[in-house]
Design a protein around this ligand. Structure first.
Ligand code: ADP
Ligand code: MG
Ligand code: ZN
Length: 480
């Protein structure tokens, strides 16, 4: 038996930090990156007797997320206490939602391994408070707690176990991230932990009806590690089963350096958190008008942008898919084409050279250092004939290194295309004199010789000669 005889089953729990101004149950700032323990008050520090008040924006954002992922919205919802002790949770309970999450029974569409549309079910989306952050081994050992993160609003999106490979998991997460970005409920900065996933994974023999026992890997926040962790964990489980062993239901930790997962703690099926409705908070009642109003004001979603690109702009399905996968990339596309008035070229440059460099650098579209205006200017310089496309490629590389006005770049580097007739003629003459054999070949009917001569002229001018002019001038001279 081998890997091919097994099916991987994955369900994902995603925590997204909401980009509200204030925290979920107090008026402390929700801004990221402040001095530790400066955004705190008795409520988020978990002082006994301090009273939480639910931030209405949190409900609004969660409902937005639910509507954008085809969920039913629960009109009678509430907050429940989930009781457990952990040093990053001074209250000794988290305020989450148990049996009445704000959103349930949704789905999003992703591409499967073959590029076909596939629906992934969303079990629920609920609101809860984030825990504080423990900083380990600072100041010579020990751990220090930063309560700025305590009370940061989260939505947790739980998927059905519908995902079947690491590629599907990545596609699902990218899609969910892009939806949250489009509707502006979270900045989804993975490097800051505002979009992180718990991976539940089991394997079973192909054709089996029952799911296998699952393990869980918590708080994964890079696509690369998520894919690697899934591949490793699936192989590990298959090997155990092949050897006649049993999978222990447990939480495992992914270690990026060794590329392995390690057991952290057992997890029995029915962990008893003693959930009960938080007596300090009122129940949440949503009117139909409230929900309708949010629905009617939802920003454009990736699916509808995609349709617009295909039907109105004439991009291919693949191009539209790639561009709308990231809100930032898609915004850049629209801004760039608005300035340079050329959709096709804007799409081409973003999807070829810019995307290639993003891959090489292993960075996301949000981290593109140059502006849409700079990209548009570069495209217009090509259209005007000031630079060739070959030089355009070099300008893009340069924009990634030291973003500034492309005109300045080409001036500094001396990359301006030679379109001056006199200068072109001079080069043509020089190349003709140096290559009498090619001239003779051309005159004897070998058209290929022309290509060679143009190539030589390009070499001579370091790619700066206007290729159309070169071609034309060579033909004229050779006819003489
Ligand atoms: P918990 O509250 O313990 O995290 P849940 O029952 O809410 O557990 O499930 C969490 C996630 O695990 C869901 O995304 C679900 O789809 C997924 N899941 C459940 N059973 C399996 C399984 N056998 N294999 C893979 N994923 C699973
Ligand atoms: Mg879980
Ligand atoms: Zn506070």
């Amino acid at each position: 038996m081998s890997r091919e005889d097994y099916e991987i089953v994955i369900g994902l729990e995603v925590h997204a930090e909401l980009s509200t101004k204030t925290k979920i149950f107090c008026s402390c700032s929700n801004e990221f990156g402040a001095e530790p323990n400066t955004h705190v008050c008795p409520v988020c520090m978990g002082m006994p007797g301090a009273l939480p008040v639910l931030n209405e924006k949190v409900v609004e954002y969660a409902v937005k997320a639910g509507l954008a992922t085809n969920c039913e919205i629960e009109r009678n919802s509430k907050n429940d206490r989930k009781n457990y002790f952990y040093p990053d949770t001074p209250k000794s309970y988290q305020i989450s939602q148990f049996d009445k999450p704000l959103c349930k029974k949704g789905f999003i569409e992703i591409e499967d391994e073959e590029g076909k549309e596939k629906k992934i079910g969303i079990t629920r989306i609920h609101i809860e408070d984030d825990a504080a952050k423990l900083n380990h081994n600072e100041f010579g050992g020990g751990s220090l707690v930063d309560l700025n993160r305590a009370g940061v609003p989260l939505i947790e999106t739980v998927s059905e176990p519908d995902i079947r490979s690491s590629k599907e998991a990545e596609n699902y997460l990218r899609k969910l991230k892009s939806i949250f970005e489009y509707i502006e409920v979270s900045d989804c900065k993975m490097q800051e932990g505002s979009f992180r996933a718990d991976i539940n994974l089991s394997v079973r023999k192909k054709g089996a009806q029952e799911f296998g026992t699952r393990t869980e890997m918590k708080n994964m926040s890079s696509f690369r590690s998520i894919v690697r962790a899934i591949e490793y964990e699936a192989d590990r489980q298959i090997e155990i089963i092949e050897d006649g062993g049993k999978i222990a239901q447990e939480t495992r930790r992914w270690d990026d350096v060794s590329g392995k997962t390690f057991s952290m703690r057992d997890k029995e099926d029915a962990q008893d958190y003693r959930y009960f409705p938080d007596p300090d908070l009122v129940a949440i009642r949503l009117s139909t008008e409230y929900i309708e109003n949010i629905k009617n004001n939802l920003p454009e979603l990736p699916e509808s942008r995609k349709a617009r690109y295909i039907n109105e702009i004439g991009l291919s399905e693949k191009e539209a898919n790639l561009l709308t996968a990231s809100k930032h990339l898609s915004n850049m596309f629209e801004e760039t084409s608005n300035i340079c008035k050329n959709h096709k070229l804007a799409a081409n440059w973003l999807l070829s050279d810019v995307s290639r460099i993003l891959n090489e650098k292993e960075i996301e579209a949000e981290e593109i250092p140059f502006t849409s205006e700079q990209l548009a200017k570069m495209i217009m310089l090509i259209e005007k004939g000031t630079i060739s496309s070959a030089i355009g490629k070099k300008v893009i590389e340069e924009l990634f290194e030291d973003p500034k006005d492309p005109e300045e770049i080409i001036k500094e580097k001396g990359w301006i295309q030679i379109s001056d007739e006199g200068a072109i003629k001079e080069v043509v003459q020089k190349i003709l004199e140096a290559n009498p054999q090619s001239v003779a070949d051309y005159k004897a009917g070998k058209d290929r010789a022309l290509g060679f001569l143009v190539g030589q002229a390009m070499k001579e001018t370091k790619g700066k000669a206007n290729p159309q002019m070169l071609n034309k001038m060579f033909i004229e001279e050779l006819k003489k």
